[in-house]
Structure formats: C-alpha cells, structure tokens
Design a protein around this ligand. Structure first.
Ligand code: ATP
Length: 373
C-alpha cells in the first residue's frame, strides 16, 4: 500500500494573491509529516490541495505514485480530520465510525467488525453505544481518528486536530496519535502552528512562511541547523545578533559584532558567507552560560533586567551593555542556584557560548515578521 504523496511545482492563486508559491515536495509512505507555520502561511491550502477540496492553479499532485488531478475528494485514498472534528453529535460512536462504510454499502456485520477493531486501536473498547455528547474532548478526538481510519485511507490529513484540547490532554494525545500512526503504518500529514506538536510527533517537518516552504528536515536538524532566519526564529527561541564575517575556517566563522567585539559561530548549512558579508548570528537562550570576563569563549556583557522562575529553569531578560538590545538567557535550576547571588535584576554579568552552538546565516533583513501575523 503506497501512501506516498508528491507535490510537483504546485502553485495556488486566489485572484491576484499567491497563497502557495511553486512548491515541490515528496512525503514518504508511512511517514509522519508536519507542515508548521504561522496563521495564514498556506498550510490548510496545501492540505486541501492534497485532499482534493482545492484544484491547484499549476502543478501536479501524486498519491501512491498516481496523478490525482480530476479525482474527486471521496475517491482519493485520503481521509481528513478537521479542527472541530465534525462528528455527528446525535449519533452513537458506532454510527459515527461506521458512517463512511455505510455510504459505501458495506454490510452491517462487517461494519461492526471494523468499528470494534478501531475502538480497540484508540483504546475506547465498549463505548460504541454511547452518544457523542457523552464523551470527553479526548475521547471525541479518538473517535474522529477511528472514523477517519474506517475507510482505510492510505493518507490521513490532520488539520490542527488537537487545538481545542487543554494543554495536558493535548500532550497526552500527541503520544497517542504517534502510537496510532506507528501501529497502522498510514502516512500522516499534520498541520499545526504549534512547534511543540510538530517537533514531538513528526518524522520530518516542513516549515512554511508566506506560501513558501523554508526548510524540510527532521525535528532535531530543524532545531540545531536552521537554514533561514525565519526557521531559526520560529522554531524554538533564539537571540538574533547582527554581525559581519571576518573570515571563515570550514564551518567555523569569526565575526565582527561591532560594539559587541569579536564573536564566532557555526556557518548555517549551505550558506556561502563571504568575508565582510553582513550576517545574523543566532544563539538560543539555553546555550548561554555565565562566564567571567577572562574566559576565552565568545561572550556578551549584559545587565540583568528581569528574572523569571519557570520551575525546571530560570529565564533571564538581559540587555547587552554595548548595544542595549535584549538578550534572553535560560539557565537550568541547578546552574541558576549556583549563581544565585549574581543573577538578580540590576547586576552586570558575562554570558558566553560555545561557537558550535550558534548558527550564522546570511542577513535576512531583521527580526522576522510573517506577513499574515
Ligand atoms: P491558519 O493556521 O490560520 O488556518 P493557514 O496557514 O492554514 O492558516 P491558509 O488557510 O492556507 O493558511 O491561507 C493561506 C492564505 O490564503 C491566507 O492569506 C488566506 O487568507 C488565503 N486564502 C485561503 N483560502 C482562500 C480563498 N478561498 N480565497 C482567497 N484567499 C484565500
């Protein structure tokens, strides 16, 4: 059962507005693949193109290696789970799950067999006769999954299906969804603006901004080696510092930080970075650590403005003494306890980092603001 999906130079225009710029992408059969991006970047549009709700202005879609142009929604090997789940509230759980099969003329005994099996897959055995209104949010979520799986799709499309749940349940359902995907081996294409969801569940993630895919990579690669300033700022937290290249030795780049003095970082994958080029240095708050002025590592002199105790860590808001810009620093509780005297508002301290942990990317014109946000 080939559940691969290929987009070949797909473009979507609404009048003069280009919602999806020319996009080519391959999603493997059995992959848990996410589209991650801010509101309005085109995630739902892409999903609708795959499901057949929208016909692309240009380009081709292939599912299981076959072109699907002209194939209507109900004849594609896809099923979709919407944000609001769209369950039938007055029907029982059985009736909801079996609906798609009944429409297809599957007989009652076979239908019940399928729904019993799916109820067990989503860990809701014995609740088939309940009304949907009797279920909790998490249970409804699982019934929506069971209903989508009943028609045996090769590809399951999920449009922010966890956004209506509270935080604890959402985190629990992430693990459940991932487990169901593993058990069934079906391709899951998941869209979300929540990076935590995308990073924890996905085999690969495509980060989107304003109708374009910025980077497609495994979660750890995305976090560790962002290819663009947008990805660096959107996935996780990052401090962005304007610099200029002094010189480069392989991946290691020496940087002129202006008033901040000499800095260093690792060249972003595939970036050319010529000597003298304006660049942005990205250092995550958790990669900074207290150092002394005598330490040889690249470092910043800052004044602490605020200290936020977050339980497992402490987040410091500091200002760079040389430029007045904000630098956020995250310290594990252990480290912050050792330095408890110095880490209070008003104190001047040094924070350093390992150049391996900071990424240098071509100047992207400043802090990223997506068009739609
Ligand atoms: P959200 O997370 O808010 O759902 P999204 O990333 O899914 O956002 P889309 O719904 O795909 O974004 O929309 C992408 C862009 O295309 C938006 O600017 C939207 O206004 C526009 N758009 C979507 N559908 C249409 C349409 N039918 N006609 C005109 N513009 C549209």
């Amino acid at each position: 059962m080939d559940g691969s999906v290929r987009l070949d130079e797909v473009v979507m225009r609404f009048g003069d507005f280009t919602a999806i710029d020319k996009t080519t992408l391959e999603i493997g059969s059995g992959e848990f693949f996410s589209f991650l991006g801010p509101s309005g970047c085109g995630k739902t549009t892409l999903l609708n193109i795959i499901s057949g709700f929208l016909v692309p202005s240009e380009g081709q879609v292939f599912i299981g290696g076959e072109p699907v142009a002209g194939v209507p929604v109900n004849r594609r090997p896809t099923a979709m789970i919407f944000q609001n789940l769209a369950l039938f509230p007055l029907m029982t759980v059985f009736e909801n799950i079996e609906f798609g099969l009944e429409v297809r003329g599957v007989d009652k005994r076979k239908r019940r067999e399928v729904s019993e099996r799916l109820l067990s897959l989503v860990a809701l055995e014995g609740s088939g006769s309940k009304k949907v209104t009797e279920l909790s949010g998490g249970q409804k979520q699982r019934i929506a999954i069971a209903r989508a799986l009943a028609v045996e799709p090769r590809v399951l499309l999920l449009d922010e299906p966890l956004s209506a749940l509270d935080l604890k349940l959402r985190q629990h359902m992430r693990a459940e969804l991932k487990a169901i995907q593993r058990k069934t081996g079906i391709t899951f294409i998941y869209i979300t603006h929540d990076q935590g969801e995308a990073l924890t569940m996905s085999d690969r993630v495509a980060v989107m901004s304003a109708g374009r895919i910025q980077q497609v990579a495994e979660p750890r690669t995305l976090y560790r080696s962002p290819k663009t300033g947008f990805v660096a700022a959107f996935v996780g937290e990052n401090n962005r510092i304007e610099t200029r290249v002094i010189d480069r030795d392989g991946a290691c780049v020496r940087l002129d930080g202006g008033a901040l003095g000499q800095l260093a970082g690792r060249a972003g994958e595939g970036s050319t970075l010529a000597n003298g080029e304006a660049t942005a240095l990205f250092v995550r708050p958790e990669y900074l650590r207290p150092v002394s002025e005598a330490d040889a590592c690249p470092k910043f002199a800052v004044t602490i403005e605020a200290v936020h105790f977050e339980g497992a860590w402490v987040m410091l808001e500091t200002r760079l003494d040389a430029s007045g810009e904000l630098l956020r620093v995250q310290l594990g509780t252990e480290l912050s306890r050792r330095h408890v005297e110095e880490l209070v508002p008003g104190k001047s301290v040094w924070f350093g980092y390992d150049p391996e942990d900071a990424v240098v990317l071509p100047d992207d014109g400043g802090p990223v603001v997506d068009e739609a946000t």
